[in-house]
Ligand binder design. Structure first.
Ligand SMILES: Nc1nc2c(c(=O)[nH]1)N[C@H]1C(S)=C(S)[C@@H](COP(=O)(O)OP(=O)(O)OC[C@H]3O[C@@H](n4cnc5c(=O)[nH]c(N)nc54)[C@H](O)[C@@H]3O)O[C@H]1N2
Ligand SMILES: Nc1nc2c(c(=O)[nH]1)N[C@H]1C(S)=C(S)[C@@H](COP(=O)(O)OP(=O)(O)OC[C@H]3O[C@@H](n4cnc5c(=O)[nH]c(N)nc54)[C@H](O)[C@@H]3O)O[C@H]1N2
Ligand SMILES: [Mo]
Length: 663
């Protein structure tokens, strides 16, 4: 029996330090590392089940070649040698005949390890492949909203300081579910007297934990934030000195706030005017902290909404107070040397393909996509308008390679399906988006079967294609050393060797780290209040044909689709995917609790079990979590309903603003 340290590689702000017990080559126990100041000795409901996933009987163990029609998912075993040489030959033939842009990589955050997530792009950038807009499916709109206000590199109030806040707004985030290691810090703040408000159309465990829940109508957050701004301005509670030093475009912002009287905003958002007034005043007077989520930014007005919210701590100067400010992401603090290892230094001007528009990309007639390489992602399930994606994946003239742990819905369409290692089987380097620790993890068990790391596969292909770049000879440690090779003060005293020994290390932040207390990250240090955020009207508003807004927040027991085939988790999540409908809507449309109904949008329709509850806002259907389409009652993805339309800022996904009917 041996004990090992690792890092949870799932896409979550917490990037937990884990302790694993291994017996006879199998992980028999997983715990949160008690020594890590953010993990604090516990993991989450999903990660505790990871040993089951690791040793699951359905793990892919050998390279495989398709023997049925695309989508039917029948494969036969082949060798790495055969698979790699065919893939290399095909790739070369396609590049020669159609040019590099005919190749499209598609990946996201199946692992957050920098090496297995980003390094494969050296291969694609050396090939001159089409460039995927990495991140637009998830975080680009929130990020663009934040950076439009505060400049490049997102920073946040350190979680360790939140205990000093006395008003906390959990805004558009189900933090107990998707950022559960924030909870001990919230509890500490509450012990010190903090009051916590959850702002979310879906009442969930975070609402129950909070002192108060504002069940806001989805997609109306900008109106609420501007109305709060107006209350603060009308009461003269803005921090004039701070604003004089650091604000630009403030007059325009003031004008924008004037449009949102309390009464108008309360009616628009479905909230109580008097409470908005009281809380806005408290927000300005106390040490206030906002934890803002990404879920609320995934709609056509999400960039403006993010801007409106994150301007509030600037308006009141909250950044200057210990524990005050806001958190969207801490990711901008990691000053790593990102250029070479991901091939950014090789990047040519090539066609960009938005990862939310894979359906259309696969339909291009001019300059068509002829080869698709999928890794760390399950686009047949998670990307918008997925029935069209599945149609595209069926194309006979498309060569598809999928690197996976399991035979997902996407894998069913592969020509070659390659077995990938998990984070417990390969080394990797980790940053985080909910704290300031860098981490390194060594493999804990040997690879199952003939599984190989993504990085190995692309190095092998690079060799066969004779791509020139000595980065292709680097070991994981070489890559990590190059990444860490930075003379930024945050990296002072941090070396690969020390990280390897200790497993985790906090960035060398200044003693009292108060980001934005001395202005923004723009060169002029000004916080940009202009262009002022607006509450946008959308192309898709509820109407007589499609009367309900559909949102699809993370489910309690699954993380995207990564844990979507673990029976115990699926059982705990209710056994099948569910959509919550408000009792008044259920009565209106003759729907009873527990029935299965067809949910339709302009894009498509799916069959789902209905849960009638006022946990969802009236007028809003809440679909919980992304299930594997093939494990859903009709074999279809939730994303058969969603659209490729993009957000107002950052070219992001609009999962949160489609309109549907239930019948
Ligand atoms: N309707 C709707 N759709 C959504 C969302 C929503 O809220 N609503 N959320 C969106 C968001 S925020 C995101 S981030 C995306 C998530 O979308 P994805 O990033 O695609 O996440 P997963 O569905 O978890 O798929 C990750 C896959 O990577 C595989 N994987 C994990 N580690 C490795 C590895 O080391 N190597 C290889 N080769 N494979 C690996 C896993 O087995 C898994 O199948 O979904 C988006 N889709
Ligand atoms: N259990 C679990 N944890 C996860 C994931 C998962 O699938 N399952 N996914 C991971 C990923 S990829 C990401 S990106 C992160 C963060 O992912 P996010 O998408 O930010 O998810 P949440 O933090 O749950 O916050 C979304 C909350 O916002 C609410 N919401 C939706 N629309 C609106 C709106 O218009 N206004 C307001 N105010 N609220 C709205 C939803 O009801 C939900 O409760 O979570 C990660 N953690
Ligand atoms: Mo995400």
């Amino acid at each position: 029996m041996t004990q090992h340290r690792s890092v949870c590689a799932l896409d979550c702000p917490d990037a937990c330090s884990l302790l694993l017990t291994v017996e006879d080559g199998r992980v028999t126990r997983l715990e949160g590392n008690p020594e890590h100041p953010v993990t604090k000795g516990f993991a989450c409901v999903k990660t505790y089940q990871y040993p089951k996933r690791q040793h699951h009987p359905d793990r892919l163990l050998y390279p495989m070649r398709r023997v049925s029609k695309k989508g039917e998912g029948k494969f036969e075993r082949t060798s790495w040698e055969e698979a790699l040489s065919v893939i290399a030959e095909k790739t070369k033939a396609i590049v020669d005949a159609f040019g590099g842009e005919a190749i499209l990589p598609y990946s996201y955050a199946g692992t957050m390890g920098l090496i297995e997530r980003d390094y494969p792009y050296t291969f694609f950038r050396a090939l001159g492949a089409s460039e995927l807009t990495f991140g637009t499916i998830c975080a680009s709109t929130g990020g663009a909203g934040w950076e439009a206000v505060y400049g490049p590199q997102k920073l946040a109030t350190p979680p360790e300081d939140i205990k000093h806040a006395n008003l906390i707004l959990l805004w558009g985030i189900n933090s107990l579910r998707s950022n559960s290691h924030l909870t001990p810090f919230l509890k500490e703040a509450r012990k010190n007297g903090a009051y916590i408000i959850h702002i979310d159309p879906y009442r969930n465990e975070t609402s129950q934990f909070a002192d108060e829940h504002w069940q806001i109508k989805p997609c109306t957050d900008a109106a609420l934030a501007l109305a709060m701004g107006k209350v603060i301005l009308d009461a003269g509670l803005e921090d004039s000195e701070y604003l004089k030093a650091y604000a630009s475009g403030f007059e325009e912002y003031k004008q924008a706030c004037q449009e949102w009287t309390l009464e108008r905003a309360a009616a628009y958002c479905g909230l109580d005017a008097e409470r908005i007034r009281e809380v806005s005043l408290k927000f300005a007077k106390e040490t206030s902290f906002i934890r803002i989520g990404y879920g609320m930014s995934r709609n056509e007005g999400g960039g403006n909404a993010t801007k409106a919210i994150v301007l509030l701590p600037a308006l009141t100067g909250a950044w200057q107070q210990k524990g005050g400010g806001a958190m969207l992401s801490t990711s901008g603090a990691f000053p790593l040397n990102f250029g070479r290892y991901s091939g950014l230094d090789l990047k040519k001007q090539v066609r960009r393909i938005n990862m939310n528009q894979l359906a259309s990309a696969l339909e291009l007639k001019e300059n068509p996509v002829k080869a698709l390489f999928v890794f760390n992602s399950n686009p047949a399930a998670v990307a918008p308008d997925s029935s069209r994606i599945r149609q595209g994946l069926k194309r006979d003239d498309l060569f598809t390679v999928v690197l996976e742990h399991f035979q997902t819905d996407t894998a069913d369409y592969a020509d070659y399906l390659l077995p990938a290692t998990t984070f417990l089987e390969h080394p990797d380097l980790y940053t985080a988006y909910g704290h300031y620790f860098l981490q390194w993890a060594e493999p804990v068990v040997s690879p199952a079967g003939e599984c190989k790391a993504n990085s190995w596969v692309f190095q092998q292909l690079a060799k066969r294609l004779k791509l020139k770049n000595n980065v292709f000879d680097w070991s994981a440690e070489d890559i990590a050393k190059d990444l860490l090779n930075s003379d930024h003060p945050f990296m002072q005293g941090i070396s690969f060797e020390s990280l390897k020994k200790d497993g985790f290390v906090k960035l060398n932040l200044p003693e009292a780290f108060r980001p934005y207390s001395k202005g923004s990250n723009f060169d002029d240090r000004k916080i940009r209040f202009a262009p002022a955020p607006r509450q946008l009207e959308f192309k898709e508003e509820p109407n007589t044909e499609y009367p309900l807004r559909l949102i699809s927040p993370p489910g309690s027991h699954i993380i995207n689709t990564s844990m979507g085939n673990i029976d115990s988790l699926l059982k705990a999540a209710g056994g099948e995917p569910q959509v919550i409908i408000h009792p008044n809507d259920a009565a209106k449309y003759g729907i009873k609790d527990g029935e299965r109904h067809t949910i339709s949008s302009q894009q498509g329709s799916i069959l789902r079990k209905i849960w009638v509850s006022d946990a969802t806002k009236e007028g809003t259907a809440t679909a919980l979590g992304q299930w594997w389409p093939k494990l859903s009652p009709d074999g279809k993805s939730l994303n058969d309903l969603t659209s490729e339309r993009l957000t107002d800022l950052g070219e992001g996904s609009t999962f949160g603003n489609i309109v549907v009917r239930v019948s």
